[in-house]
Write a protein that binds this ligand. Structure first.
Ligand code: PTJ
Length: 271
């Protein structure tokens, strides 16, 4: 049963997103830890003002240019991404000509199939990563987590990989294989954010549609313009700008917010 969320509730959007995740968790698409990961993301979204920031927009331009320059782009899909933005991922894959591959940290055959079914239900024609051992399976070297299991036709052969809600280990391993990575992560301090080629510090529900419309806009642009966009981009600088934005917001809020007013200390009476 899904919770009825009053449309005038001040946090209706956030509650709807939670309900979506819980619904897909019950279906076995989202991992138990996916609910915890979402809570962490929500906290950072609060700090960022729950909107797409200027640094996120700058990262989106660079990410779109990388995807359009790529020869074999792949979008890696986990449980949370499939639950929150299934049709948006399918649309992005069409606009930039990228393959969709299921790749799970908490991997099981049941979950691989469940995530692939969500993507197919959203219109995906061909989903990689569900073939299993010996059927198109390969492993990322020097990676011990289950995320190492990838498709030879997909992530293994890709030059650019989109990794929404990822873990830092695999981004590092993909980098060692010479691949470029585009992360979507609300936490600008995470290892994933720090290690990716481009990190879009934004909620995946905003980031993926923005990336699709930006790629659509850039589609007819000459390669020289795309190369200039990626050449001018510096992920460390843009991540620093996101962290700076959080610091600025907190500095302003600490002066204006009622929640930070001095709370009177009630001293315990001495006996
Ligand atoms: O489906 P699986 O088995 O592949 O597992 C997926 C999870 C998310 C459980 C797994 O990848 C995991 O444990 O991830 P982490 O290490 O918790 O990292 C998730 C990151 O995504 C954290 O930095 C969160 O802040 C961030 N995050 C959470 N929700 C969102 C988000 N970033 C963007 N948009 C969100 N909605």
């Amino acid at each position: 049963m899904r919770l009825e969320i009053p449309p005038d509730h001040p946090r209706a959007e956030s509650l709807r997103t939670r309900e979506e995740l819980v619904h897909y968790w019950k279906l076995g698409v989202v991992a138990d830890a996916g609910l915890i990961a979402h809570g962490r993301g929500e906290a950072f979204d609060y700090l960022l003002g729950e909107e797409t920031t200027a640094p996120a927009r700058e990262a989106t331009w660079a990410a779109a240019a990388h995807l359009l320059l790529a020869k074999r782009p792949v979008i890696s899909v986990n449980g949370n991404a499939a639950a929150l933005v299934p049709s948006e991922l399918v649309r992005l894959s069409r606009v930039v000509g990228a393959a969709l591959e299921v790749n799970l940290f908490y991997r099981s055959r049941k979950r691989l199939k469940a995530v692939a079914a969500v993507l197919e239900g959203a219109g995906a024609k061909h989903v990689l990563g569900v073939g299993g051992r010996g059927r198109g399976g390969a492993a990322i070297p020097e990676l011990s987590s289950m995320r190492r299991m990838v498709d030879v036709e997909g992530i293994f052969a890709a030059d650019v990989v989109v990794v929404p809600l990822e873990d830092g280990d695999r981004v590092e391993a993909l980098k060692r294989m010479g691949k470029l990575t585009i992360a979507v992560d609300l936490n600008p301090l995470s290892r994933t954010s720090q290690e990716a080629t481009v990190t879009i510090v934004d909620n995946v529900v905003r980031a993926i549609p923005n990336l699709t419309s930006t790629a659509d806009e850039l589609k007819g642009a000459p390669a020289s313009k795309l190369r200039a966009l990626v050449g001018a981009y510096d992920n460390k600088r843009v991540l620093g700008a996101s962290i700076g934005l959080i610091a600025k917001r907190l500095a302003v809020l600490s002066k204006t917010s009622a929640t930070t007013e001095q709370v009177p200390v009630v001293k315990r009476a001495r006996r």
